[in-house]
Design a protein around this ligand. Sequence first.
Ligand code: MN
Length: 128
Amino acid sequence: MTARILIAEDHPASLELMRYLLEASGYLVVTATDGVEALVALHKELPDMVICDLQMPNVDGYEVLRQMKEDPALQHIPVIAVTAFSMVGDRETVLAAGFDDYQSKPIEPENFVAQMEQHLPALLRVQH
Ligand code: MN
């Protein structure tokens, strides 16, 4: 059994790169291109992990996280923030908001999957 991972990202090239890397490693990927789609997919798919861009149209990543943390069905799911802004202090702000981890863009293909896997239960990792 391997994890199902929701990627919410409005930038097509970043979305496709993350999807490719995770699928090539054997994970099942569901995608959303804005926060509204992400919330619909969360309720429908109940994924094992969410990788969520912070800057998205309609509903941003912070609001997706806030709604997840208010929902007993979703609040346990690990959420990894993705953002292009890598300002000093940004990582601390993101973690303080309640995200489990922070991934800055551009994505580094050689590290991405290993970093994401740290937030999955061992039984849901491709290699365990
Ligand atoms: Mn974005």
